[in-house]
Write a protein that binds this ligand. Sequence first.
Ligand code: SF4
Length: 478
Amino acid sequence: MARAYDEEAGQPAGDVLHEACGITAVYAPGDDVARLVYFGLYALQHRGQESAGIAVGNGRTLDSHREMGLITGVFDEEILGRLRGDVAIGHTRYSTTGSSIVVNAQPFVEDSDLGPFAFGHNGNLTNADELAATLPDNVRLSATSDSEILAKVIARAKGKTFAEKIQVAMRVAEGAYSVVMCTPDAIYAFRDPWGVRPLCIGTYGEAGYMVASESCALATVGAHYLREIAAGEVVAIDANGVRTEHTEIVKTPALCMFEYIYFARPDSVLSGRSIYMARYEMGRALARQHPADADVVMAIPDSAIPGGIGYAAESGLPYVEGLIKNRYIGRTFISPDQNMRSQGVRLKFNPVVENLRGQRVVVVDDSIVRGTTTPRIVKLLRDAGAREVHVRITSPPIIDPCYLGVDMATHKELIAANFTIEEIRVTIGADTLGFLSKEGLLGAVSRERGEMCLGCLTGDYPETYAGPRPLAVTSSEN
Ligand code: SF4
C-alpha cells in the first residue's frame, strides 16, 4: 500500500493502513538492556512513528523515558546512559485510540499491591469502556487510550504474582492485545486468546531473553528466534528462569492477515512463515489468477516489492523499478505551497521514466483502501510515458473496517465496500484491475481460513467481534 502524500490536501494522504504499535522486552542482567531495547525498537519503527519509550528495572526501582517522535529523536546517549538495569521494555506508538500526545506515549508505569510495573501494548481493546467502568471511582486515567485501562485492570486484579494478575485480566479483556511488562527484576509478555497481533521470543547471549512484535527486532541485536508466544500464553522471565502459563480461555486463533500483506517487515518470520516469501507467493498467485498482456512488472515501494517480484517470476515478464520512493518523509513535515503543488512537486515518489516510457506496465500494490492514492500513481505512470497501466493487488478487496487496532477507514470511505471492481478500475484510471482471491492469499501464507482474522476482507470477524463494535478506531485525532 502506498504511503502517499496528498498533494492537494497538503498533508499525508489518508489512503493508508496504520499499525498500532511495536513492542519489545529484554531480560539480560549485566548487559546494557536499554540499548538493546533501543535497537529492537529501531527495527520496529515501521509499526509506529508517533512516540517511543523505554522503561528499565534495576532490581529495586523502575526508570523510564518516553516522548513524541521517532526512536532516533527520542533517545540520545545521555538518556540511554541514565537507563541502567537488568530488565527493560520498549514501545513505539501509532495511535488508534486516544490522542497523539505525550501522555499516551508508552510504556506506562503503574503501581500495584505487588509493586510497580511498566506496561507496553500493541492492539486495541473492544470492551475498553466496559473495563474502565469496573475501575474504582478513585482511579484517575491520565492517558486517553485503551492501553492505560488494561494496565490499571492488571494493577488491581487479584493474584499473588503478576502472572496471576495478568491471567485474571485476560478473562475480562476483549480484543487485540500483545503486551510486554517489566517489574524491577522480571519481564512478562502475553498475547490475547485470539493472537491477533504478533509476539515472539528468542534467546540473547548466554542467559538472556528477548521478546518482540517481530523477529526482525531479535535479529537486529543478535538474539536467536525461538518461537511465537502462543495466543493466550503468559511468559514470565526472571532470575529463576522462564515460566509459561496458558489461560484456560479457549478461542479460535485469529492472527491479522494484514501482518502478512503489509505490516510486518519482509525480513520477519511470523508463525514459521517468512513474510518475504509469503508476499512473493501472493505475487505468483496473482499472476496466475490475473495475467496481463504487458511488457514489464513494477511494484509500489516498499511493501509490495516482494509481490511484484513474484508476479514477474510467475508471468515471465521483466521486473523493473518504476517509482523511486523518498523514505525520509515522516508524519510531520513542511507542506509545499499551492504554487509548488501546481508545478508538480512530488514528495513521495518519482518515476523512473526510462523504465516506463512506451511500456505496457503491470503495477503491483498490496491493497486499495479509500482509492485516493492509486489514481495518482496511475496518472504519474502515464505522465512518465507508460502506454498501458494494469493494476494488480496482492489482497482481496477491503470491504469492511477493522475493529481490532488498525486505523483503516469507515465503511463509507472504503472504495471496495461501495463500488464494483469495474467501477474501481474506472475510478483509478487503470486499463485492467485484478485482486488476489481469499483462497490465493491463504495459500500464499500457508494458513487455513480458521487460523486467521480476515474480517476486513470478508466481513466475518473472529467470534468475539461479531457483536457490538464499541470502539470507533478511525478518529480525527489520528
Ligand atoms: S479486520 Fe483486517 S486489519 Fe483488522 S485484524 Fe482483521 S485482518 Fe487485520
